[in-house]
Write a protein that binds this ligand. Structure first.
Ligand SMILES: Nc1ncnc2c1ncn2[C@@H]1O[C@H](COP(=O)(O)OP(=O)(O)OP(=O)(O)O)[C@@H](O)[C@H]1O
Ligand SMILES: [Mg+2]
Length: 605
C-alpha cells in the first residue's frame, strides 16, 4: 500500500490534469449509461403491444407517482412513432460522439500524466545514482543499473497508466451498470450478482503471483542487459579470442531464461480471463433463467429483460478488464519496488550534516593508522601511517594488488577508511563537504576516463571555465598533447567517441593529464599516469608534471621506478601494509623491499 502511495505521490503534482481526466471518465460513464438506459423504456413505449396495461417499463416505484402522465407520454410516442425514432437516432449519435470526445481528452491526459511521472522518476533515479558512493557501483553490474533506470521505470510506468486510467475508470462503469441493473429489477439483480464478490478471489490471487513473477522477469532482463553491455563493450576481446559463438550461446541461454520467466507470467495472465468468464457465465445463466421466468409471470417486460441482460453482459467487460488491469499493475509494482530500492539506497560516504568548507590545503596530508576493507573483515590496507607536506612528491610503490590505488582513492573519499583517519591540514576528511574536498584534488586514474564529447570539453571537464580556450590549449601543450590534437580533423572540437575510443591509449592519458593540469589542484594524484606513453613522450610529460607538482602535494603511483627516484618520500606497501618509507638513497641503503623491487626492475631493463 505504501508503495502505491509513493507512486501516486509522483502523480500528485499533476492532480489538476488527473481531476479533469477523472471528470471526463465520469461523464463518459454517464453518457454510456444514458445511451443504454434511454433506449429501453422508449422502445417499450414505441413497440409495445396495444392495451392500457402496456406501460413504459419504468421502475414500479415511479409509476404511481407519474400516473396519468405515463399514459400521456405513451400516447405521444405512439402518435409520432417515426419522428421519435429519428430523434432517438440523432440523440444516440450525439451521445456516442460526445462520449468519444470525452474519452479522448481523458485518455490523453492520463497518458500525459503517466509519461510525466516516468520522466520524473527517471530524473530522480539518475540524480540519486550520482549521489551514491563508488561502492554501490562496484557491487553491481552496469547493465543492472541501466536496467533500473530504463526497463524498470517502463514497467512502473505501465502500472501508473493502468492505475490512473483503468483502475479509476472501470469502477465508475461498474457502479453505473450495477445501479442500472437494480433499477430494472432489484431482485433479479441481486440474484445474478450473487457470484460477483467471488471475482475478487482470482483477481487478488493472480495479482500476487504476477507480482512475484514480474520481479523475476525484471531481474532476468537486467542480467540480459548486463550481458549485452559486456559483450558489446568487450567486442575487441571477443573477436580476438574467437569467442563469438560462446557469447552467442551465453546470450541464448540467458534469453531463454527470460523467455521462461515471461511465460510464467503469461500462464497466469491468460488464465485470469477464462476464469472470469466462467464466473460470468454463472451470473448470466442465473439471469436468463430467473429473468425469463419473471417475463412469463408478467413481472418483467421483454424489453426490460433484454436491457437487463445487455447491462449484465457489459458489466463483466469492466470486471474482466479490472482483473487484467490488476495483473498489469502488479507487474508494474514489481518494477516500482526495484526503482524504490535504488532510491532508498543511502550513500556510504555520507556528508556530515554540519560539514564545512575545506580551505585550500597548504600544509599537510596525514594518514593516521588507516585501515580499509572493501568487504567486512578482509582488510586491503592496514595501519597506514604517514604524513606528506605541501610541495612534496610522495611516491607509492609496491607489487600489483597491494593496495596502492585503494590508498589514493581514500583521499577524494571514494571510500572512507574502515579504521583510522585522514587529515588535510589537520582537518578530518569526514568533517568537510565532499564538494570542497574534491575541488582540491586532481586525479589521473589508472584507467583513463573520457567522455563522448569534444577534446576541449574533456580537458575542461568539471571546470566552469569551459570556454577558456587559451588555458585549455596551454594545458594540452604542457601535457604534450598539443601535437596530436592539431592533427585531428576538428582539432580541439573533435569528438572522441564513447570512452574516447577514437584515441590511442597514450593520447587518452595525455588528455587526462591536461585535465589535471587545467584544474590546478592543491593535491594531485597520479595513478600510473604515464604508463601508456613511450619513453620519449613520458619524459616530456614528466617535465610538465614536475612543473605541475611544485607547490602542491602530489601522490604518484608508478611501476617504472625511474619516475619515483626523485620523489621526496617513497612509501613502500606490501600486502596492504606500509613496510618502508624514505628517499630513494635511504631505501636503497636499507636493502629491504624497495631495494628488491628496484633490483628486479633493473634486471628487466
Ligand atoms: N572493489 C573492490 N572490491 C573488493 N576488493 C577489491 C576491490 N578493488 C580492489 N580490490 C582488492 O584490493 C586489493 C588492492 O587493490 P588496488 O587496486 O588498490 O591494488 P594496486 O596496488 O593499485 O594494484 P595495481 O598496481 O595492479 O594497480 C587487491 O587485492 C584487489 O583484489
Ligand atoms: Mg592500482
Amino acid at each position: 500500500m505504501a508503495q502505491y502511495l509513493r507512486l501516486l505521490k509522483y502523480a500528485l503534482p499533476y492532480r489538476g490534469r488527473i481531476a479533469i481526466s477523472i471528470g471526463c471518465l465520469l461523464i463518459a460513464s454517464l453518457l454510456n449509461a444514458l445511451s443504454v438506459a434511454s433506449l429501453q423504456p422508449v422502445f417499450d413505449g414505441l413497440f409495445g403491444g396495444e392495451g392500457s396495461r402496456q406501460l413504459l417499463s419504468l421502475p414500479r416505484a415511479l409509476q404511481p407517482l407519474l400516473g396519468d402522465w405515463v399514459a400521456r407520454v405513451q400516447g405521444f410516442l405512439r402518435a409520432h412513432q417515426m419522428s421519435v425514432l429519428t430523434f432517438l437516432a440523432w440523440f444516440l449519435l450525439a451521445v456516442l460522439l460526445a462520449k468519444a470526445m470525452v474519452n479522448y481528452v481523458s485518455v490523453y491526459l492520463m497518458k500525459y500524466v503517466a509519461e510525466r511521472v516516468m520522466a520524473d522518476v527517471r530524473d530522480d533515479l539518475y540524480g540519486h545514482l550520482h549521489s551514491l558512493s563508488l561502492g554501490f557501483f562496484l557491487r553491481r553490474n552496469t547493465g543492472e543499473i541501466v536496467s533500473r533506470v530504463t526497463a524498470d521505470v517502463d514497467a512502473l510506468g505501465a502500472a501508473v497508466t493502468d492505475l490512473l486510467r483503468n483502475a479509476l475508470r472501470e469502477p465508475f462503469t461498474i457502479v453505473g451498470l450495477v445501479i442500472l441493473l437494480f433499477v430494472i429489477h432489484w431482485q433479479l439483480a441481486l440474484a445474478s450478482l450473487l457470484i460477483f464478490p467471488m471475482t475478487v478471489i482470482p483477481i487478488v490471487n493472480f495479482g500476487k503471483k504476477i507480482r512475484r513473477r514480474g520481479t523475476r522477469v525484471l531481474e532476468r532482463r537486467a542480467e540480459l542487459s548486463t550481458l549485452i553491455q559486456e559483450g558489446i563493450t568487450g567486442i575487441r576481446i571477443v573477436q580476438a579470442f574467437g569467442m563469438e559463438e560462446y557469447e552467442r550461446r551465453r546470450f541464448r541461454a540467458k534469453n531463454s531464461e527470460l523467455f521462461q520467466a515471461i511465460m510464467r507470467i503469461v500462464r497466469v495472465d491468460s488464465l485470469s480471463s477464462p476464469v472470469m468468464e466462467m464466473l460470468e457465465a454463472v451470473g448470466i445463466v442465473v439471469a436468463v433463467w430467473l429473468g425469463g421466468y419473471l417475463v412469463f409471470r408478467g413481472e418483467l417486460t421483454p424489453g426490460a429483460f433484454m436491457g437487463f441482460l445487455g447491462a449484465l453482459a457489459s458489466l463483466y467487460v469492466p470486471i474482466k478488464r479490472l482483473s487484467a488491469v490488476n495483473n498489469n499493475i502488479q507487474r508494474g509494482m514489481a518494477g516500482a519496488q526495484r526503482v524504490f530500492d535504488v532510491l532508498d539506497q543511502r550513500p556510504e560516504v555520507a556528508e556530515h550534516p554540519e560539514a564545512r568548507q575545506l580551505p585550500p590545503v597548504n600544509e599537510t596530508v596525514t594518514f593516521e593508522q588507516v585501515g580499509f576493507a572493501y568487504e567486512p573483515g578482509r582488510f586491503v590496507l592496514r595501519d597506514i601511517h604517514f604524513q606528506a607536506k605541501v610541495g612534496e612528491i610522495v611516491a607509492i610503490v609496491g607489487a600489483s594488488g597491494t593496495g596502492k590505488s585503494t590508498l589514493v582513492n581514500l583521499l577524494p573519499r571514494f571510500f572512507d577508511p574502515t579504521e583510522g583517519r585522514i587529515l588535510l591540514d589537520g582537518v578530518d576528511l569526514l568533517e568537510v563537504t565532499l564538494a570542497s574536498l574534491r575541488a582540491q584534488i586532481g586525479m589521473v586514474t589508472q584507467d583513463t576516463i573520457l567522455f563522448d564529447d569534444t577534446i576541449a570539453n574533456n580537458i575542461a571537464y568539471g571546470l566552469s571555465t569551459r570556454g577558456g580556450t587559451a588555458r585549455i590549449q596551454e594545458a594540452a601543450r604542457l601535457a604534450n598533447a598539443e601535437e596530436f590534437i592539431r592533427d585531428l580533423p576538428d582539432g580541439y572540437e573533435t569528438r572522441i567517441g564513447e570512452k574516447g575510443v577514437r584515441l590511442s591509449g597514450g593520447q587518452k592519458q595525455r588528455i587526462a593529464i591536461a585535465r589535471a593540469i587545467l584544474k590546478d589542484p592543491p593535491v594531485l594524484i597520479l595513478d600510473e599516469a604515464t604508463s601508456a606513453l613511450d619513453a620519449e613522450a613520458e619524459r616530456l610529460v614528466q617535465e610538465a608534471l614536475e612543473r605541475l607538482m611544485r607547490n602542491r602535494t602530489t601522490f604518484v603511483i608508478a611501476h617504472r621506478l625511474s619516475t619515483v627516484i626523485q620523489a621526496d618520500k617513497i612509501v613502500v606497501l606490501e600486502d596492504g601494509r606500509l613496510v618502508e618509507m624514505g628517499t630513494h638513497p635511504e631505501l636503497m641503503a636499507a636493502r629491504g623491499t624497495y631495494f628488491r623491487l628496484y633490483q628486479n626492475q633493473l634486471q628487466e631493463a
